[in-house]
Design a protein around this ligand. Structure first.
Ligand code: PRX
Length: 649
């Protein structure tokens, strides 16, 4: 083992927060027994979780079939994911228990019980069948945050169809590309949803996308926004019409443990998003396990709230599959955190007496900016645990969350994972782990992590590259349609290991501190966006000759997208128009915060754009040696402009 500075390790943080005696009295895991058990036999450990947490219609014959990098978990086992999320709770007499306490942005509410969710899911499964969807067929879902999103996903799972959910903020081009890559037959969307006091229309975006998706034969439209939409005869159907006519019974067919459950597209280092493949038995085992033990779930008394959108992996795993598999009651909220006022989140926590709250550092930093008087207006004493996900949480935000939201009494679980990992991988166990603000602490029981240096040698202290050393049940099974890309992207940088793309450091006590991406993937407000994707969108504009995009540190969003653009000779374009153009190509989350127009981009003599240097410029750092540049004057000009640019922080 070596001590490494492969990645600059930041300063060390030494505050410690052991679990309180009060929390420990009723926690699920107070000691180290789970780690010990999993260390002794990780396959046996996961097999016990799969057997304890889920109902199987056929037991598996083999826990793990590992042919690096291809894994099969619970080989030969059969289960139905929607049965595990719905039927078994109803059969156990908990049909009247509320599964989803839904709150629309305008303030309308729905409490959906497990029995109702099962009823709707069965009907919608029959609707899908009537539209010609069968086992293995792909169904695209493009919906606001409404219970129908969960129903559509569970209905797919019930009949073995594969869902591919696209975040409602993506633009028509992004939706179109994802539908075409998955070759989906059916698209489920809504007229619109409520956001920031307005109705945002989804159906027109879906129409634009579907104009160039030859495989889509039916579009199902949920009425939510109330906005006018055009329905295409023969292709488009209202959800409520189809549901009214649907057969109420759809038995849950047993599926193979390795049956594809869903695709979820995520950004990589190239311009083309990857369809990450997740299967049934292993995925559900690990999301149920992590949802139960990381959040210390007491399903009879807890009210869970994960603020993610179902369009992201966090929504898949910790709004739909984890909480429902565990029979939890949870809050689902449609809108933005500052409508009608900056205290909306806290008013929801008070109203529903939320006990477990899971959100992102970018949101926490925004709440900090809005001020402590907002949470102080509300009684947050129901909270007993807080979670964080999506990006590194800086110690200052951690402490603010701890003090002003958690009242100093709630453990914080900083959970590291990825779309690819499917479920939480690194996190405290709240009743067992002493936390340090800003550290995700340790790998969970059953998970193998190791930091390595450039050459793949294990690092004992200091910075390195985060790798995963053994397969885990919820791991991605591949990239849709591209097994080679799967191998190259994740398993080739360090032999025999999964490389996550993240840098991290280890302190003297063995705590892990995540440092962010080391590749060309930006993390803006917890959303992954590739620099190449934004560059491709920029150069798609007729006025743009060349573009370079970097993620620069941003106090609120973690990173911000900064673009450097060279225009074609004689061409002109307004910065705002170009931002809108990118928004239309990809979605508003990908709009650059700042665009600098420059006659030239800094390049090495061999013609490579020097992105690292552009990041230094964007972050206002002093530049080191620029002698490898073809034309050093380009950089001084960019620095001068960066210094003149308005700053809004
Ligand atoms: O860089 C890491 C960061 O988010 C990336 C994964 O993004 P995505 O697939 O969109 O999934 C986000 C939600 C799981 C990781 O490679 N990341 C996620 N959680 C953390 C984090 N970085 C630091 N600390 C975390 N807790």
């Amino acid at each position: 083992m070596t001590e490494s500075n492969a990645i600059d390790a930041l300063q060390w943080e030494n505050r410690r927060f052991p679990p309180s005696e009060a929390f420990k009295t009723d926690t699920l895991v107070a000691g180290t027994f789970m780690y010990d058990e999993a260390d002794a036999d990780f396959e046996g450990f996961w097999a016990r979780q799969a057997a304890e947490l889920l109902d199987w219609s056929t037991p598996w014959q083999q826990v793990l079939d590992w042919d690096l990098p291809f894994a099969k978990w619970f080989v030969g086992g059969q289960l139905n994911v929607s049965y595990n999320c719905l039927d078994r709770h109803v059969l156990a007499g908990r049909g009247d228990k509320v599964a989803i306490l839904w709150e629309g942005e305008p303030g309308d509410t729905r409490a959906v019980t497990y029995a109702e969710l099962l009823d709707e899911t069965q009907r919608f499964a029959n609707v899908l069948k009537s539209l010609g969807v069968g086992k293995g067929d792909r169904v695209n879902i493009y919906l606001p945050m409404i219970p129908e999103a969960a129903i559509a996903m569970l209905a797919c799972a019930r009949i073995g169809a594969v869902h591919s959910v696209v975040f409602g903020g993506f633009a028509a081009h992004s939706l179109r590309d994802r539908i075409n890559d998955a070759e989906a037959k059916v698209l489920i969307t809504a007229d619109g949803g409520h956001r920031r006091g307005d109705v945002f229309a989804l159906k027109p975006v879906a129409d634009e996308a579907v104009a160039s998706t030859p495989g889509v034969t039916s579009v199902v439209v949920v009425r939510r926004g109330g906005n006018d939409v055009k329905m295409v005869d023969g292709r488009d159907h209202w959800y409520h019409d189809l549901m009214a006519a649907a057969d109420p019974i759809c038995p849950p067919d047993p599926m193979d443990a390795e049956q594809l459950l869903f695709l979820l597209y995520t950004s990589g280092t190239t311009g083309k998003p990857k369809g990450i493949m997740h299967t049934s038995g292993g995925y559900l085992t690990q999301v149920a396990f992590t949802h139960k033990y990381v959040f210390d779930l007491h399903p009879e008394t807890d009210i869970f709230w994960c603020t993610a959108d179902v369009g992201w992996i966090t929504g898949h795993s910790y709004i739909v599959y984890g909480p429902l598999a565990n029979g939890a009651t949870q809050v689902m909220y449609e809108g933005v955190p500052n409508y009608p006022d900056n205290d909306r989140m806290w008013s929801i926590i008070e109203k529903y007496k939320v006990t477990l709250f899971y959100t992102a550092p970018t949101a926490i930093r925004t709440f900090m900016k809005w001020g402590r008087q907002e949470p102080d207006k509300h009684d947050l004493s129901s909270l007993r645990l807080l979670g964080s996900v999506g990006e590194p949480i800086n110690p200052e935000a951690w402490m603010w969350y701890h003090e002003h939201i958690g009242g100093g009494r709630c453990p914080i679980v900083d959970t590291w994972w990825q779309t690819e990992t499917g479920a939480i991988m690194i996190s405290p166990l709240p009743g067992a782990t002493t936390t340090k603000p800003g550290s995700a602490t340790f790998a969970l029981p059953g998970i193998g992590t190791e930091l390595v240096d450039e050459e793949g040698r294990a690092v004992a202290r200091g910075g390195g590259y985060l790798t995963l050393t053994r397969p885990w049940p919820a791991m991605l099974r591949g990239i849709w349609g591209d097994p080679e890309r799967y191998r190259d992207t994740y398993w080739s940088r360090f032999e025999g290991r999964y490389f996550a793309g993240d840098g991290a450091k280890l302190d003297d006590d063995g705590y892990l501190w995540l440092l962010g991406r080391v590749d060309d993937v930006m993390n803006v407000s917890g959303h992954r966006i590739s620099t190449t994707e934004v560059e491709s969108a920029l150069v798609a504009h007729p006025a743009v000759a060349e573009a370079a995009v970097v993620g620069a540190n941003d106090p609120t969003t973690g990173q911000a997208i900064i673009a450097y653009v060279t225009l074609r000779s004689g061409a002109e374009v307004d910065e705002q128009d170009l931002r809108t153009f990118v928004g239309n190509e990809i979605g508003s989350i990908a709009k650059p915060k700042m665009i600098y127009f420059t006659p030239d981009l800094p390049k090495t003599r061999s013609g490579k754009i020097m992105r690292r240097l552009l990041r230094d410029v964007a972050e206002g750092r002093n530049l080191g040696d620029t002698s490898t540049l073809a034309d050093a004057s380009v950089v001084s000009e960019l620095q001068r402009r960066a210094a003149d640019a308005p700053h809004d922080d």
